[in-house]
Design a protein around this ligand. Structure first.
Ligand SMILES: [Zn+2]
Length: 162
């Protein structure tokens, strides 16, 4: 299981301190590159952020908001949502790389374990649940297969440590 405390951290100013009670893990597509999105999330004018960013080139993960704090990625659902941003573009399906997918499975399994969440609570920004909170985005990619993804997260959770 991935050790969440070992993930590099770079604090984004775009967050509200305290009060996060995770119910959902929300997957996003950056519509940009890993480094470009880090810069954007460091800019106070952006008014957006996420807890985790994953690079599609090497699968590396960066945390930018503490799991105690609310990131700004899903409007009214921010207080109940952990945000995971994946590098790439929805209109370029090849930017959803296997190495990033694998990192995302590892990350989400560790988060499900920490907060006692079911893989069923891993959803996309475009999920109907998020629409109820006023979201109207279309990410992540259409080919991001949540059924397959949740199964892989469950398999990680079921792995016995020897
Ligand atoms: Zn999004």
């Amino acid at each position: 299981m991935l050790d969440l405390s070992k993930i590099p951290f770079k604090q984004s100013p775009n967050c509200r301190l305290g009060g996060l009670v995770p119910k959902y893990i929300v997957i996003h597509t950056m519509q940009g590159t890993f480094n470009g999105t880090i810069s954007w999330f460091m800019n106070p004018k952006a008014q957006v952020s996420a807890h985790y960013l994953i690079n599609n080139v090497d699968g590396k993960i960066l945390q930018m908001v503490s799991l105690k704090d609310k990131a700004w990625h899903v409007g009214r659902a921010n207080p109940i949502s952990i945000g995971v941003e994946l590098a790439g573009y929805v209109e370029k399906p090849y930017t959803l790389t296997p190495i990033m997918w694998e990192s995302c499975v590892e990350l989400c399994a560790a988060l499900c374990k920490k907060f006692n969440l079911s893989p069923a609570n891993i959803i996309g920004h475009s999920d109907p649940i998020m629409r109820k909170y006023g979201n109207n985005h279309h990410d992540p990619w259409k080919q991001f297969d949540f059924v397959k993804f949740r199964k892989q997260v469950q398999a990680k959770l079921d792995e016995k440590t020897v």
